[in-house]
Design a protein around this ligand. Structure first.
Ligand SMILES: Nc1ncnc2c1ncn2[C@@H]1O[C@H](COP(=O)(O)OP(=O)(O)OP(=O)(O)O)[C@@H](O)[C@H]1O
Length: 576
């Protein structure tokens, strides 16, 4: 039962237990609301009975009734408080747990997962989907089950006292349910369309905000805003349609319920005329009829609400059930030689970006990857750090397959400088400290100095304590790259992956960086990707890639004497 609830509603185990508890308490609360009705019926029956016997005083003092009333209110209060605590408070805890659980899961997911998803979609799942579920769990799901249980329990005494009256009152419930459940698929379809349009709108908004510079520089504001207007209008239309349909179905169902009172009056009057029921019993049914449909109406609302969150639950389960790169073995390799053996890989598993790639990057040597744009150099570096898993073939470090390492442990062995440097909206110092969490300020300053950051840090208003803005918007591309190099220097890991490090540097800075890198790379396994042949002419090994295949491999002297793509690239660049 608990496992079913966990899967069905994307809950943690604790959340499923709380849902069960909340359901029972919600049923109890619905039942407790019938207690005052019981008291009213009791008072009225005894009053009428006394009056019919010409007795004008109560045998029990009136204070007894008042006391019972107060006691009932107290019981209702206690049950309501327990239900509130169980349903609402625990829902917020569950919501916090769900977000943490999702974030933990996202942390362990392979990059292939993120390649298939866009970021605004994931942000939506963590933020707004969680909020929608929070609402559903605090307002709908426990009450739905609770109200259903309460309704069944309330119906039993009604059928026992008079099955004809009970039937004439309650026949509308299954009819209304058939109406609601029969149209559930249509509602689901409309909700799904609306949900998708809402997602597209937030994608478009996020994309616009992220690429505001490009849009402005290409004079594309009008086109972008027109597109956004159109998308907003579509989202609005789908929302109206979905809400209208929901309201139409809910109101029709409520109208059907009203018929129950009509048939009760007709059947009750007929039975009364025939003398088959007492006026008191009829009267009692009329009072019950005024309240019995309340939980049913709530059930309809809850069903609509739960139908609405189905898409969110599906998306959340997609993340929760995605297989993680989980090997969790703590292994320390004795050396850090990287070997690619017949590696074939494609980002979408159908098109191969790398084909049968084999080479060895030895420890203490610099291995350079060169080749035309799009030949797969960065992809090789990503596979070396197990950002992605190869489709076939093996990537090993010190003779151990990368898949056998715990994915987080593995990255401790790497210092990585990629083309796209990500900076966080904090100080430069903290951005460099990411390389080594416990680094002292002096270590950070030394790394920044070695990476050639001194000159631009001096220019910043608060030096190394300057906040760099979201993703480092306040500093240039070359400066970002130098910060990234400072991080790598600080981390001082045994494997270094450098992708295009000198691409956005001027000649003077490039020389400085080259010096820093040569300190960094001593006795380490270095894989360097460069477009400028000059920067890698001293590499111990040069691996030339073309269309995802290794077409040449050797040192500079060997390759320059071969008639191949490497020689062509060197000649072409020296002409330039
Ligand atoms: N995340 C990704 N999802 C799908 N395809 C990708 C992804 N990253 C790269 N590619 C594709 O893989 C191919 C190789 O890309 P890669 O970045 O490895 O080439 P590269 O040799 O480093 O290119 P460049 O020198 O221009 O940086 C390209 O066709 C690219 O479009």
């Amino acid at each position: 039962m608990l496992k079913y609830l966990e899967k069905k509603f994307a809950l943690t185990n604790k959340g499923a237990v709380q849902l069960l508890k909340g359901t029972l308490l919600s049923a109890l609360l619905d039942l407790s609301f019938m207690l005052p009705i019981g008291l009213v019926v009791y008072v009225l029956t005894t009053t009428i009975e006394y009056l019919s016997k010409d007795i004008y005083h109560f045998e029990v003092p009136i204070i007894f009734y008042i006391g019972t009333g107060i006691l009932l209110l107290f019981v209702m209060g206690v049950v309501a408080k327990a239900q509130y605590k169980s349903v609402y408070v625990s829902t917020y805890y569950e919501s916090a747990n769900r977000r943490i659980h999702l974030a933990e899961k996202l942390r362990r997911l392979p990059l292939s997962f993120f390649g298939k998803k866009d970021l605004s979609d994931l942000t939506n799942t963590i933020m707004s989907d969680c909020a929608d579920l929070e609402k559903a769990f605090s307002h709908a799901i426990p009450q739905l089950f609770g109200s259903t249980i309460a309704l069944i329990i309330m119906s039993i005494p009604l059928f026992i006292t008079s099955w004809q009256l009970a039937l004439s009152l309650l026949w509308v419930i299954p009819v209304a349910f058939i109406l609601i459940l029969g149209t559930k698929q249509i509602q689901k379809k409309y909700n799904h369309v609306h949900f998708e349009e809402k997602r597209k709108t937030s994608d478009l908004l996020q994309e616009g905000l992220e690429s505001i510079h490009e849009i402005k520089s290409a004079n594309g504001e009008k086109r972008y805003l027109d597109g956004l207007d159109e998308q907003l209008a579509i989202a609005e239309r789908t929302q109206i349609k979905s809400n209208l349909l929901g309201a139409l179905i809910a109101n029709s169902a409520q109208l059907v319920l009203k018929l129950g009172l009509v048939t009760l009056v007709i059947v009750g009057t007929a039975l009364l005329t025939k003398g088959e029921i007492s006026p008191m019993l009829f009267f009692m049914y009329l009072i019950v009829a005024s309240r019995i449909f309340d939980p049913v109406i709530s059930i309809f609302e809850y069903i609509a609400h739960i139908t609405n969150v189905n898409s969110q639950i599906t998306r959340m389960n997609e993340i929760i059930n995605y297989p993680i790169q989980d090997t969790a073995r703590n292994i320390t390799p004795t050396h850090f030689e990287i070997e690619f053996k017949d590696v074939t890989f494609g980002y979408n598993r159908t098109d191969s970006i790398l084909k049968d790639v084999s080479f060895t990057a030895k420890q203490g040597e610099v291995t350079a990857l060169v080749g035309p744009s799009g030949s797969g150099k960065s992809t090789v570096a990503k596979l070396a750090a197990r950002f992605w898993d190869a489709n076939s073939g093996t990537v090993t470090i010190g003779g151990i397959r990368v898949e056998d390492f715990d994915s987080e442990e593995l990255l401790k062995y790497y210092s990585i400088v990629f083309q796209d440097v990500t900076l966080f909206n904090t100080s430069l110092k903290e951005n460099i400290r990411i390389g080594k969490k416990d680094a002292t300020d002096k270590e950070i300053m030394d790394a920044a100095h070695a990476a050639g950051c001194d000159e631009f840090i001096k220019r910043l208003p608060n030096g190394i304590d300057t906040i760099v803005g979201e993703n480092g918007t306040t500093i240039s591309g070359g400066e970002r790259q130098r910060i990234s190099i400072a991080r790598a220097l600080l981390k001082d890991a045994p494997i270094i992956l450098l992708d295009e490090v000198s691409a956005s540097l001027d000649v003077e800075n490039e020389t400085k960086i080259q010096e820093a890198i040569s300190c960094l790379t001593k006795n380490k396994t270095v894989i360097i990707i460069a477009h400028r042949m000059r920067t890698i002419s001293n590499a111990n090994k040069i691996v030339v890639l073309e269309a995802g295949r290794v077409v040449q491999c050797g040192n500079y002297n060997e390759l320059i004497n071969q008639d191949g793509i490497y020689k062509q690239m060197v000649l072409l660049q020296s002409k330039k």
